[in-house]
Design a protein. Structure first.
Length: 129
């Protein structure tokens, strides 16, 4: 059973400087049903961007490579996020636009999806519209 969604930041949440409107609406609609997190390879602090886009309170957890001092290529990067959110791998859906990260997450048992911003978000996570 899915308990949480983890999103990559650049290319999934942040689309060329703008908050992804489909994901924003999905989070607003489902905030009481799921946990939501960001997992990003960035070395930057994402809090300022999230505050500017009035999205800081929408996420239960935000993890960057700088925060955990690990590369997203390291499987422990994803394990740390699961542990911090008190989740098992099979309870999470991850969306990332980088297929390397998707493959690493899948090796841990995470339901990871290679996200394509040109396609409908809900169809990619297999929820009927």
């Amino acid at each position: 059973m899915t308990k949480a969604y983890l999103f990559d930041f650049y290319g999934v949440i942040n689309l060329e400087g703008v908050m992804n409107p489909e994901i924003l609406e999905f989070i607003k609609t489902n905030k009481t049903q799921y946990k939501f997190g960001i997992v990003s390879a960035t070395r930057s602090d994402l809090n300022a961007w999230l505050l500017r886009h009035e999205a800081a309170g929408m996420f239960d957890y935000v993890q960057t490579a700088a925060k955990v001092q690990k590369s997203k290529l390291n499987p422990d990067y994803f394990s740390d996020a699961l542990k911090a959110m008190d989740l098992n791998a099979n309870e999470v859906i991850l969306l990332d636009d980088n297929n390397y990260y998707v493959l690493i997450a899948k090796e841990l048992g995470i339901n990871a999806i290679h996200y394509d911003p040109q396609k409908d978000f809900l169809s990619q996570i297999e929820i009927p519209q």
